[in-house]
Design a protein around this ligand. Structure first.
Ligand code: 5AD
Ligand code: SF4
Length: 471
């Protein structure tokens, strides 16, 4: 048996990175690596980086500076610490990282994680190793699946990558360059993953991809399947109570996806649908290839199919050429849609993207000011959305014990955390909760029919036989 080696992995950025980090842990487990919470005593530290906005990539170099000190300290104590940089900064600036930071042993792009064990060996034997190729082979098929133990340790909600890359080329965005063009995994491979997760206690699956609703993986009938059909297939897997997907582009919303929201109780009525701007002029400059009206129509279609559907979005303020009038159009769109929440960002030019060549016209002060105005509006909408839950009874999927003794915490269909006093035996179940109050972003309530449940906790059925409760 190999002696255990300690692996510390730090992820920045999107859900895809969080999930990729788990897959790297799974890929390294056969080499005897076990995760550790601190970088200082690790034998291998992986920085899983994000390139989407400027600040995200700057962090990498300052973090590497700190790690270099830890590595030197380890060497003084007779230990070897390897440092690997993964993720989108690795993909975009691999050579630069190697040049700028001699402490880095391995640079590995998102398409090459299955090569990590070999790259670490190469680096140990011959110095440093870099792999930022876009291989033709299916990296998903080459990454080992998580062990049952790892699945159980990760809880009842899990991500599954179904699609990677993006062919949209929005002018501000690095994703098409760092993650490459769209690739979809076959339906069967995804269904097998979801079955394995469900068999080990997972109740909620979030399908992820940079442009997830462009999904078109090979179906069992040999034809490409759209996301709606994939969701229908997964909803039928025993144990799966909730399905979600992220992130979507308005132009790839097909009628089958709308139908899935109408027909599949397990598909949550909550969607992250970025729009970036409410101004048609700016949308065109961003190469979003849709108007504000087209976006509104997509939202309307979802709402017709599922009247309780709620939305979140992403916005960029200060894109080159954005006038006060353009920004007003964004505020107007937000007001018309009424969001459950949204992320807003100041535009940051990314090297290599078309927008980086455009003349920046919005000053830093104006950007700050627009960001505050937009966030204030969104915060108001988010608070109203959360407050509307007070007094209602909502289904909650319980995830874990809460910090307060005796409390457990779960999430509503809209991902709002909900706390109740209840037995941890209920973790993994979807149960109705009467919401009494709101504390910041958390809902507080009590199990509906709690008298019956309390008297009867020992007779609550196991999670897997309660799959449709709450759906
Ligand atoms: N500047 C600011 N925000 C950006 N995003 C992507 N690229 C940039 C950029 N260059 C935002 C978009 C996207 C989210 C993930 O990050 O809003 O939807
Ligand atoms: Fe980037 Fe999303 Fe546009 Fe693709 S659709 S280029 S991921 S912003």
């Amino acid at each position: 048996m190999t002696t255990p080696r300690k692996l510390h992995i730090k992820s920045y950025g999107c859900q895809m990175n969080v999930y990729d980090a788990q897959r790297m842990v799974d890929a390294l487990a056969p080499q005897g690596f076990v995760e550790t919470a601190s970088a200082d005593d690790a034998d291998l530290v992986i920085l899983n980086t994000c390139h989407i906005r400027e600040k995200a990539s700057e962090k990498v170099y300052s973090e590497l500076g700190r790690l270099r000190v830890a590595k030197d300290e380890a060497a003084r104590n007779g230990r070897t610490m390897q440092i690997a940089v993964a993720g989108c900064v690795a993909q975009a600036e691999g050579g630069e990282i190697i040049r700028r930071q001699p402490a880095v042993d391995v640079v590995v792009g998102p398409q090459s994680y299955h090569h990590l064990p070999r790259l670490l060996r190469d680096a140990a034997q011959h110095g440093r190793a870099l792999d930022t190729e876009f291989p033709i082979e299916d990296k998903f098929g080459l990454l080992p699946p998580p062990s049952p133990k790892a699945i159980r340790a990760r809880g009842i909600s899990s991500f599954v990558t179904v699609q990677e890359g993006c062919d949209k080329f929005c002018t501000f965005c690095v994703v098409p360059y760092t993650r490459g063009s769209e690739v979809s995994r076959p339906v069967k491979a995804i269904a097998d993953d979801v079955k394995r997760l469900a068999d080990n206690g997972v109740r909620e699956i979030t399908l992820i991809g940079q442009n997830v609703n462009a999904y078109h993986g090979d179906g069992p009938d040999g034809r490409p399947w759209a996301l709606g059909s994939l969701l229908a297939q997964l909803a039928a897997i025993p144990g799966i109570a909730r399905l979600r997907y992220s992130t979507s582009h308005p132009n790839d919303v097909e009628d089958t996806l709308i139908a899935a929201h109408r027909d599949l109780p397990a598909l949550m009525p909550f969607l992250h649908l970025p729009v970036q701007s409410g101004s048609d002029r700016i949308l065109a400059a961003m190469n979003r290839r849709h108007t504000a009206d087209a976006y509104r129509r997509v939202i309307d279609k979802f709402r017709e199919a599922r009247p309780d559907m709620a939305f979140t979005s992403d916005f960029i303020v200060g894109f080159p050429g954005e006038t006060e009038q353009d920004f007003q159009a964004t505020l107007a769109l937000v007001t018309q849609i009424g969001y459950a929440g949204a992320y807003s960002f100041k535009y940051s030019p990314r090297p290599g993207t078309p927008a980086a060549e455009m003349q920046e016209t919005v000053s830093a002060a104006e950007m700050d000011e627009r960001l505050v105005r937009l966030q204030t509006l969104i915060d108001t909408q988010q608070s109203a959305f959360n407050a509307a839950a007070i007094g209602t009874t909502v289904d909650v999927l319980f995830e874990r014990a809460a910090r307060n003794p005796g409390q457990i915490v779960g999430r509503t269909a809209f991902l709002q955390p909900a706390h109740v006093m209840a037995s941890p035996d209920l973790i993994g179940q979807v149960l109705p909760v009467k919401i009494d109050s709101l504390e910041r972003y958390s809902l507080l309530g009590a199990l509906a029919q709690s008298a019956d449940l309390n008297a009867n906790v020992s007779s609550v059925q196991p999670a897997s036989s309660r799959m449709m409760i709450g759906a």
